[in-house]
Design a protein around this ligand. Structure first.
Ligand code: CTP
Length: 445
C-alpha cells in the first residue's frame, strides 16, 4: 500500500485545499493529513487563523479524501511522522517548492500545483472586520499600530488626541485619519483602543461605550473601583466588549503557568512575589503628579495579575511602602496579607531592582526570570533537583498582538471576554489603585 502524507492549517477550508487533498490522495492508496494545532500555528507566527483545530479537522474530514488525520504540533515532526507511519510520498502545494527537499532523504517529495486565486488569507480578508479608532497618540499607541499588523480582521481607521498637532503627526506617519473630536472618531470606528494618560481612561471609556463602541483600554484600567464597576455595567447592558490591554494576561506562557499551578504542581501557594521597575527620565509624563503618574499607577497592574490569579481577590489587608519625589512614588513595595498566604510586589520608576517573579508553594516553587511580565520561559523547581522542569514559549514582538487578537475575536464572535481577566480581577485592580491614591496604609520611606 502506497502511503501519502500532507500537512496544512486548512483554515476556512476552500477549493484550493480540496483540490490539493484530491491530488495527494490520487498519488497513492492511503492519505494521511497533518492538521496544525492552534498552539503550533501561534508558535510559528500564524496568529490569524479563524477556525480552531477541531473545526479545521472536521472540515478536512468532510472532504472525504483523508484516510487518517493527525495533528502537527512541533517543528521537525514531519520526519518523525514519515518514519512512524512508513510514508512513501510527502506531498505539498507548489507554493512550498524546494522548501521540503530535505525530506527526500526519507521519502519521495512531490510539489502539487497550487490552485490559483484562492487562499485562506484572501478569505479572511473578506470576512467581517473591526474598525479601530485610537485615542491617545503616544509611544504605546505607536507600538499598538505596529503590533496590530500581525492580527487579521481589523483595520486601524482614525486617531484622536486633543493636541491636534500631535494627532496629525501620528496619523501622517501611520496612514490614519485624524479625528477633530471624539464624535468624529466614533463615526469612523466600531471599537476604540484607549492609550491616553491614565486619569482620562474612565471618561474616554465611558463615552465610547455610551456611543456603542467596543473598548480595549490600556493599563491601568481606571483608578477607582466605582468607575470600573460602572464601565463594566455599561458594557454588559449594551452588549459591548470591554477589555483591558494587559499584555501579560493574554500571552500563552502566562496562561499555562497559571493552569499548571492551579492544578497543584507546587502544592499550596503560600507566597507570590513579583517586581517591575524601569528607571525613567524625571521629566517624563510618567512621573507627573498632576497626571496621576508614579510607579503604582504606571505598573501595579502587572504584579497584581499573578497575585489575583493565584491567591484571589479576598485579601485581608495591604500595606504600601513608598519612596516619594515631587509628589509621586518613585518606588513602592506593597505587601498583601491573605488568610493563608502573603504576596508582595515592588514597582519603580526611579529605583531599579531585579524584575523576576517567584511563586512559593508547599511542594516547590516557580521561578520566572526578568522580564516575567513578557513571559516566555519559567522553571518549576523542587527540593529534588532531578524533578525540576523548564518551560519555553514564544513571545512574539512586543506581545500586544495576543491581546489585540483576543479583542478582535471577542468583538466578531460576541465571545466571552472575561476568560483571561475576570470582572472581579478588573475591579480589584482599580480598588488597589484607589486605596493607594487615598493613602490608606501607605507608609513613606
Ligand atoms: N493550497 C493549494 N492551493 C491554494 C491554497 C492552498 O494547493 N489555493 C495548499 C497549500 O499549498 C498546502 C495546503 O493547501 O499544501 C494547505 O495550505 P494552507 O497553508 O492551510 O492554506 P492557504 O490557503 O495557503 O493558507 P494561508 O493563506 O493562511 O497561507
Amino acid at each position: 500500500m502506497k502511503k501519502v502524507i500532507t500537512y496544512g492549517t486548512f483554515d476556512l477550508l476552500h477549493q484550493g485545499h480540496i483540490n490539493l487533498l484530491r491530488r495527494a490522495r490520487e498519488l497513492g492508496d492511503w492519505l494521511i493529513v497533518g492538521v496544525t494545532t492552534d498552539n503550533f500555528d501561534l508558535e510559528r507566527g500564524k496568529m490569524n487563523t479563524c477556525d480552531n483545530v477541531m473545526q479545521r479537522i472536521e472540515a478536512v474530514k468532510a472532504t472525504g479524501y483523508a484516510d487518517q488525520i493527525i495533528i502537527e504540533e512541533y517543528k521537525g515532526q514531519k520526519i518523525d511522522d514519515i518514519q512512524k507511519y512508513g510514508v512513501d510520498i510527502f506531498a505539498i502545494g507548489s507554493d512550498w517548492e524546494g522548501r521540503f527537499d530535505y525530506l527526500k532523504e526519507y521519502c519521495e517529495v512531490v510539489y502539487l500545483p497550487r490552485t490559483e486565486g484562492i487562499s485562506s488569507t484572501l478569505l479572511r480578508e473578506e470576512r467581517p472586520s473591526v474598525q479601530i479608532g485610537i485615542i491617545g497618540t503616544g509611544s504605546i499607541a505607536r507600538r499598538f499600530t505596529d503590533e496590530a499588523r500581525y492580527v487579521n480582521s481589523l483595520f486601524l481607521t482614525a486617531a484622536y488626541n486633543p493636541d491636534s498637532a500631535q494627532c496629525h503627526t501620528f496619523c501622517e506617519e501611520r496612514g490614519l485619519t485624524p479625528a477633530a473630536s471624539l464624535d468624529e472618531l466614533f463615526s469612523r470606528c466600531t471599537a476604540v483602543y484607549i492609550a491616553s494618560p491614565h486619569y482620562t481612561h474612565y471618561e474616554y471609556a465611558r463615552r465610547a461605550l455610551e456611543a456603542g463602541r467596543h473598548v480595549l483600554c490600556e493599563t491601568p484600567f481606571v483608578l477607582h473601583r466605582k468607575e470600573a464597576e460602572q464601565l463594566l455595567e455599561t458594557a454588559r447592558r449594551r452588549n459591548l466588549v470591554l477589555m483591558l490591554a494587559h499584555k501579560t494576561a493574554y500571552c500563552p506562557a502566562f496562561g499555562h503557568l497559571v493552569s499548571l499551578l492551579k492544578s497543584g504542581e507546587i502544592g499550596e501557594i503560600v507566597e507570590v512575589n513579583a517586581s517591575i521597575t524601569t528607571l525613567t527620565d524625571e521629566t517624563s509624563e510618567k512621573l507627573d503628579s498632576t497626571r496621576y503618574g508614579g510607579s503604582m499607577n504606571e505598573n501595579a497592574c502587572f504584579p497584581l495579575l499573578p497575585i489575583f490569579k493565584l491567591l484571589g481577590t479576598q485579601w485581608r489587608n495591604i500595606n504600601f511602602y513608598s519612596k516619594m519625589k515631587n509628589g509621586v512614588d518613585m518606588y513602592t513595595k506593597a505587601v498583601f496579607l491573605y488568610d493563608n498566604a502573603v504576596a508582595s510586589f515592588q514597582v519603580g520608576l526611579g529605583v531599579k531592582t531585579e524584575g523576576n517573579m517567584v511563586i512559593s508553594g508547599t511542594r516547590g516553587y516557580v521561578y520566572v526570570p526578568a522580564p516575567w511580565w513578557k513571559t516566555d520561559y519559567f522553571e518549576l523547581r523542587f527540593e529534588d533537583q532531578n524533578r525540576n522542569k523548564k518551560f519555553f514559549y514564544p513571545f512574539m514582538g512586543e506581545g500586544l498582538r495576543y491581546e489585540i487578537k483576543e479583542f478582535v475575536s471577542c468583538v466578531l464572535t460576541e465571545g466571552w471576554f472575561f476568560s483571561k481577566l475576570t470582572e472581579r480581577e478588573l475591579t480589584a485592580m482599580s480598588q488597589v489603585q484607589e486605596q493607594y491614591l487615598e493613602g490608606k496604609n501607605v507608609y513613606r520611606i
